[in-house]
Ligand binder design. Structure first.
Ligand SMILES: NC(=O)c1ccc[n+]([C@@H]2O[C@H](COP(=O)([O-])OP(=O)(O)OC[C@H]3O[C@@H](n4cnc5c(N)ncnc54)[C@H](OP(=O)(O)O)[C@@H]3O)[C@@H](O)[C@H]2O)c1
Length: 302
């Protein structure tokens, strides 16, 4: 048996990995995908690479890399099991950041070693120009043989593999969503606001790139919120109130919620009581549930 891979799932992650694997000269024997439209897209992006539907017979491979929607993973594992060759000596790895390797239990039952390998990386919409995964963390857990294969694959793709306990995956993946997906949404909303003040799209993008680049830099240098700037950190209560008044109600609610999460860590600031009242968090104290996520308070360690 060769050491070739089959990717199951032709979305962002599946096709992104296919592109990166091909560039790294990792043997890829084909892509399996459910819908005719995603199979057409896979054929267009990877001319010459076999593309299969989920119907049998499915191709034989050493490692099946399953990159389907989280909610479909268990059903896909069950559907694949009777359609694949005997799995003893083979490996099945899924890419979900949330589900543990045991989501592939039906494949394990037929002899496969199973793991999860989550690239901590936002795959762009599939294109002929694959992303680079250089330096991205790959969070891995599962059966020892499949973990070894996953570590090796991650390294070949330029990622930094690390073990993650299965029980920690929900919190790990929530952190990834907060840092990656929610900031993406907040940026899109902020850009809309700038457009309304007369910025062109490209001016807004340039302005936000500098601002957010600087903010990320400071946040990652800090141990907590001690390098936070802006009206919340300064306890400029009237400015915060004016922001809340300028925002549509649903966005003001998001602003309040994030500010409330920060407040326990700003509690030592002189303007804290007024600030807490401004954002509707009068009863909030350092013992709030938000404080269970430990951050260094503003002002310390600067
Ligand atoms: N996107 C990222 O940046 C990223 C990063 C790391 C890990 N991941 C992980 O990769 C996995 C896929 O995410 P994605 O972003 O690639 O999602 P996506 O672009 O939405 O693609 C999802 C794929 O799942 C397939 N699928 C959905 N339901 C199915 C079902 N019932 N049966 C068979 N196939 C089904 C879809 O098939 P059709 O094309 O036929 O609809 C599609 O190919 C997730 O576990 C995700 O956590 C994603």
């Amino acid at each position: 048996m060769g050491r070739d891979y089959i990717i199951v799932g032709a979305g962002r992650c599946g096709l992104g990995l296919a592109g990166v694997m091909r560039r790294a000269a990792i043997p890829l024997a084909g892509i399996v995908s459910r819908s005719p439209s995603s199979r057409r897209r896979a054929r267009r992006l990877f001319p010459g690479l076999p593309v299969y539907s989920l119907r049998p017979p499915l191709p034989d491979a050493w490692c099946y890399l399953i990159a389907v929607a989280d909610d479909a993973l268990a059903a896909v594992a069950s559907a694949l099991t009777p359609r694949l060759p005997p799995m003893a000596g083979r490996v099945a790895v899924h890419t979900s950041g949330f589900h543990p390797a045991s989501a592939l239990e039906p494949l394990r039952q037929t002899g496969a070693a199973v793991a999860s390998l989550h690239p901590l990386f936002p795959f762009p919409p599939p294109s002929a120009d694959p992303p680079t995964l250089e330096g991205a963390v790959a969070a891995i857990e599962g059966d020892p043989a499949a973990v070894r294969v996953s570590f090796s694959l991650a390294r070949q793709l330029g990622m930094r593999p690390r073990r993650l306990a299965a029980a920690d995956k929900p919190l790990y993946h929530a952190a990834a969503a907060v840092a990656g997906n929610l900031t993406h949404i907040l940026l899109a909303l902020a850009r809309e606001m700038l457009l309304r003040t007369g910025f062109s799209r490209s001016q807004a993008n340039t302005a936000l790139a500098t601002l957010v680049g600087g903010s990320c830099h400071q946040a990652l240098l800090a141990r907590g919120l001690e390098r936070l700037s802006g009206p919340l950190a300064r306890a400029d209560m009237r400015t915060v109130e004016a922001h809340l008044a300028a925002l549509p109600e649903d966005l003001a609610a998001v602003y309040r919620a994030i500010a409330r999460a920060a407040l326990p860590h700003l509690v030592s600031r002189p303007g804290f009581p007024g600030m807490a009242a401004s954002i509707g968090a009068g009863a909030l104290t350092a013992s709030s549930s938000y404080a269970s996520v430990t951050l260094m308070p503003y002002g310390e360690g600067r």
